[in-house]
Every structure is written in C-alpha cells, then in structure tokens.
Write a protein that binds this ligand. Structure first.
Ligand code: F3S
Length: 429
C-alpha cells in the first residue's frame, strides 16, 4: 500500500478529463488518510483511462475479493495493512461468497489451513466494517439497491442483476477496484453510470413457439446463448412474456459468464425496456439475432450434454432464494440421495435461516443433501473429492465447472438435477 508515491497537489496523477470536487481533492491530498488517498488515486486513474469526466457518489459497494480463492495471500496483506492504517468502508459494503462454508467446512473436506486463511479474511473484513453477507445475491439481503442508484459492485451475477432487473447503475468492477469504491464511496462516472452507456446494442428476437418452453432451465440456456453472441455488448431480448426474479437471476448469471454482460434489457420485463424503442434509446441495433428451438438445443448441448452417472449435483447458483429452497424440499420429500452421490445446495445465511424455520432444511437434510452456505462449488477447493462429473441447472456453473471444479458438466433442469442425485445418473435434460 505504500509503494506508490504520494500525490502532492491533488492533480499530479490525474488525467485532465476527471474533474474532482473539493472533498475529492481533500481526499487526494491525503487529508482523509492514506487508504482513502490511494483508493481515490486508483479510481481516478481508472476514470482517466475510461474517459470519465467526474466521479459519482455510490450508495453501496460489493466485494468479490472476500474469497480467499480470489484474494489469496496478497488480499490478506492488503486487508491487514488497511486495518493497521485504521481504514473503514465509507458506504454500505457486502461480501461475496467466501471459500468455505464457515459452519461446515470440514464436511466439505476443506483443508484446515485453507479454512484458517478464509477466517482471517473474514476477521479483517469485519474490522473494515464490511457486512458479512457471503453471498452473490446481496440484493436479497442487506444490500438492496434502488432504481437509478449508483453502486460500486463486483461479482458478475450480482452486477448484471442490479443493473438489469433493478435498474441501479454499476460497472462490472474488478477485485480491489470494488474495495477502492468502498473506501471512498465513489466511482468514476463512465459506462453504465451514464444514460448513453445503457442503451441496447444487439436485438434478440425469440420465436413465438419458444413461449411454450419457458421452464426454468430455458432462462440460463438463453442467457448463455446471449452472452456468447454479445460478449460485453448490451443485449435486448424481445419475446419473453413473463419471468420470475429467479429466472432473471439465472439468465443474467449465465450471460455474464459465457460473455461479459453487465446489463441486459428484456422487453416488457426489465425497468428500462418497456418497449424495444426505449431499450435502444434511439439507437439502431448493430445486429439482430433470431432465436428458435434449434439454437436453444444447440447451446444446451454445448453447456453439457452428457447423460449417465454423476457423482456431484450442484444447485443454487447464484445462491438459492427461499422459493428455490421450497422447490428443492418438495422434490426431495420422502426421497434419498443415491449412495456415492453428493447433492449440494448453495445459499446464503439469511435464506438458510428462513428455510430452516419453514422446515425445508430438515426435509433436504433428511434426504441426504447438504447445504453449502456462504460459498459455492466454484469457490471451494474440491480436489480431495475426486469428482468426475457434475450435474447442474446453472448456466454459470456449467461455464466454469470444467476449470474450477475440474469435472465434466451435465446441464439439466432443476427437476432433472434432483432426480439425478436420487438415481445417480442424469437421464433427461
Ligand atoms: Fe454465486 Fe458461486 Fe454461482 S459465487 S453466482 S454460486 S459460481
């Protein structure tokens, strides 16, 4: 943290384009402490590189480097120095999933020294004032943005939900840029913070006969397809007649994984897209893409078309809602997970507590499934398990599983995944 030279004048390292307020100049002059000075310096350099004319105050931050897998030893060093320097986050700030289930890490064969490093990060973040939500769905718990609010968030699935479904405004921040936002309560104003940066670019038109297929697993598949096509552009999807929050969550997470989508518009569904014209804001689509049954089936195959034996089933990515917990419990009522198969359900502590109160956890655990709380398959070290094939209903898991879990992936609907956990094999999609 001390390796950069101090800014003497408040403009020494800034591009000419970034105009600072008096308060920001004070921060950059070091009047508010070294952590804030350095954080604002980083943000201003980012703004300079991206053509920002000013900074914008944010309502909240969300940190992805709360996970030891992402933060590593460097993260522990950074957080330790911040604590020593007396730093505190300036705005409401929440933590993404960690690399362990804090209550059950032994059940997941996590090495003790690895768990200890995650606990260390947790203690440091507590001191910095971060709310320990340990979830990729902070918008369901203690960090609920409002329409039009500016945010400084990382975590691709949360960013795309906040921008698209809520209509809040955040760029997809990198690890530690999110921390700089948390420390200063500001981000450079460019990209998705501006009206101009939120206009649709690519139009997806769904075949009318797809409307009969709007089952849950249609949404992650469509999101995966959209992300692959647009990469980091802004898609506008026309032809979806209805969608639940969980379906939009699944769509966005998949599009943010297979591409880098940070904002999508779904016509008639999301708040900045009451019409196609509104979604494009006067712009002409740079590309039009028709999506029919053939395209959907091709992408499903690509996401993991394998059938046959599985040894681990993962659902709850992004972290499960209480509605999803109810569904898992209903599907598992009176059933038993197959011997030799692990069924892991990822959720946050708030949903876990509610699901326990409502009796869903008892049903789930009686069936032999495990709750994986505050973390997920992609964040935990799973080498000790020697898994070969994972079945999932998540487009994001499907995308990352081959590299993070190191197994083959079978993508299927929620019902088919739970059934695979019960029978030991994926028999249908
Ligand atoms: Fe969340 Fe992990 Fe999925 S962070 S979005 S459950 S890969």
């Amino acid at each position: 943290m001390e390796c950069l030279p101090p800014a003497a004048s408040g403009r020494l390292f800034l591009g000419e384009s970034v105009q600072l307020t008096d308060e920001e100049k004070r921060i950059l002059d070091g009047k508010c402490g070294e952590p804030q000075r350095l954080a604002l310096h980083v943000l201003a350099k980012l703004g300079e590189a991206c053509g920002a004319e000013r900074m914008v105050e944010i309502a909240s931050a969300h940190l992805v480097a709360s996970s030891y897998q992402i933060a590593g030893e460097a993260g522990i060093e950074i957080y330790t120095q911040l604590v020593v320097q007396g730093a505190r986050v300036k705005v409401r700030t929440t933590s993404d999933p960690g690399s362990i289930d804090f209550a059950r890490w032994r059940e997941f064969k996590t090495p003790a020294d690895y768990a200890a490093r995650q606990v260390k990060i947790s203690e440091l973040l507590d001191t910095l004032g971060v709310i320990p939500t340990w979830t990729c769905t902070p918008y369901t718990t203690f960090n609920v943005p409002r329409f039009g609010e500016h945010l400084g968030w990382s975590e691709s699935s949360a960013v795309v939900f906040a921008n698209s479904v809520i209509g809040a405004r955040t760029n997809r921040l990198a690890a530690y840029v999110d921390l700089c936002a948390a420390l200063t309560g500001r981000v450079p104003c460019f990209g998705l913070h501006l009206d101009e940066g939120r206009k649709g670019e690519v139009l997806f038109e769904l075949d009318p006969d797809l409307s009969a297929n709007f089952a849950d697993h249609f949404f992650p598949v469509l999101g995966y397809l959209v992300g692959q096509v647009v990469k980091d552009k802004i898609p506008v999807v026309a032809g979806v007649r209805r969608a639940t929050s969980d379906q939009l969550k699944a769509f966005g997470a998949a599009s943010a994984a297979s591409g880098s989508v940070a904002l999508y518009h779904m016509v008639g569904i999301t708040p900045e897209a009451r019409t196609v014209e509104e979604a494009f804001g006067g712009r002409v689509p740079s590309e039009r893409v028709s999506v029919g049954r053939r395209e959907i089936e091709a992408v499903m195959e690509q996401m993991g078309g394998a059938t046959g034996p599985v040894d681990v089933v993962g659902v709850g990515c992004p972290h499960a809602s209480i509605d999803q917990m109810r569904r898992y419990a209903a599907l598992l009522e009176g059933k038993k997970v197959h011997a030799g198969v692990e069924l892991w359900i990822c959720a946050n502590t708030v949903v876990e507590a509610m699901a326990r109160t409502m009796g869903y956890v008892a049903t789930i655990e009686r069936a032999g499934a495990k709750l994986m709380v505050g973390t997920c398959h992609n964040d935990c070290p799973l080498g000790a398990w020697g898994f070969r094939r994972l079945a999932t209903d998540s487009g994001k898991f499907a995308y990352y599983t081959p590299t993070t879990v190191g197994t083959e992936c079978a993508f299927a609907s929620t019902e088919a995944c739970i059934q695979a956990a019960i029978t030991g094999k994926v028999e249908r999609r």
